[in-house]
Design a protein around this ligand. Structure first.
Ligand SMILES: C[S@@+](CC[C@H](N)C(=O)[O-])C[C@H]1O[C@@H](n2cnc3c(N)ncnc32)[C@H](O)[C@@H]1O
Length: 271
């Protein structure tokens, strides 16, 4: 199993499997969009903190399917400019398709470990749930700070160590093969993230997103579980129907499945 954890930091594996296109990510985003208990959608929470103003140049690294921006293009200033970048060409293509007609957005397939962009170009850099995937967080932070203007802001969203542990426990109940196989965000999380950011930034704030999940659709929850390498590799597709029946029994009995979240955003500045 430790191999599976190493794979989540392996760019070749991520491009060829987990993030070949936006399929796996979309299954996960859907659960958060449909079943959050929070008053504010996650991406609105992030963008409210971002405070994007006219004329700003914004870079997102690990932008996936452009989910952060899709629902908010009408709220973004006409004169702002956005570069969305992702390691996976398939993911970058899906991201581009989703915002094809908006000239303010440019797209690039780029490994944030070695960013092919000009130094001092951006007012805001966003890394939304991606720093735990990179081989070296400090290498990416060094690239990020190189790309930032002197007064620019860096935002890094991530999870806490207990994020969705309720789902991990449920999956363990479903299959012995999944016992003790968790910890996706461990390389950069809400607990160890600040120390890593302090190596590059003087001023760091943490904003916690107050929301959990109350899931009432068993098939969508199975899709979520199967979007993760831990479940897919250990159970194989044959387990899908059985897992859906397992989740459905709980939903029928309790009315839903509670999954507690730990998610937040660091905001980092040079001073
Ligand atoms: C969990 S997804 C988050 C996507 C998007 N930020 C969102 O919140 O919807 C992580 C993304 O980071 C990308 N990624 C992983 N390693 C990367 C790297 N070294 N450089 C750039 N992108 C990377 C993946 O391809 C994937 O699209």
């Amino acid at each position: 199993m430790s191999d599976l954890f190493q794979l989540q930091n392996d760019p070749d594996y991520l491009i060829a499997n987990q993030y070949q296109d936006s399929g796996n990510l979309s299954s996960r985003i859907l659960i958060h969009q449909k079943f959050s208990t929070g008053a504010q959608p996650w991406y609105d929470f992030v963008l409210e903190l971002a405070k994007i103003k006219p004329g700003m140049k914004v870079l997102e690294i690990g932008s996936g399917s452009s989910a952060l921006w899709r629902g908010s293009v009408n709220r973004q200033p006409d004169s702002a400019f956005f570069v969305l970048s992702d390691l996976s060409p398939g993911m970058a293509l899906d991201g581009k398709r989703n915002l094809r007609d908006d000239r303010r957005f440019g797209f690039v397939a780029m490994n944030s470990m070695a960013a092919s962009l000009k130094s001092g170009s951006f007012d805001l850099v966003i890394a939304n749930h991606m720093l735990y995937h990179v081989p070296s967080v400090s290498q990416v932070l060094s690239e990020v700070t190189r790309l930032m203007k002197p007064n620019a802001v860096f935002m890094a969203a991530t999870n806490g160590p207990e994020h969705m542990a309720d789902l991990d426990q449920l999956q363990e109940k479903f299959s012995q093969k999944l016992v003790g196989k968790h910890g996706m965000s461990s390389r950069f999380n809400l607990v160890n993230g600040e120390k890593q950011l302090r190596e590059f930034f003087d001023n760091i704030e943490l904003h916690i997103y107050p929301s959990d999940l109350w899931v009432t659709d068993a098939a969508l929850l199975t899709n979520y579980s199967y979007s993760t390498p831990v479940v897919k590799e250990n159970l194989g597709d044959k387990g899908k129907a059985e897992m859906t029946a397992f989740y459905k029994r709980r939903i029928d009995h309790y009315g839903g499945i509670i999954i507690r979240k730990e998610t937040g955003v660091f905001i980092a500045r040079f001073s």
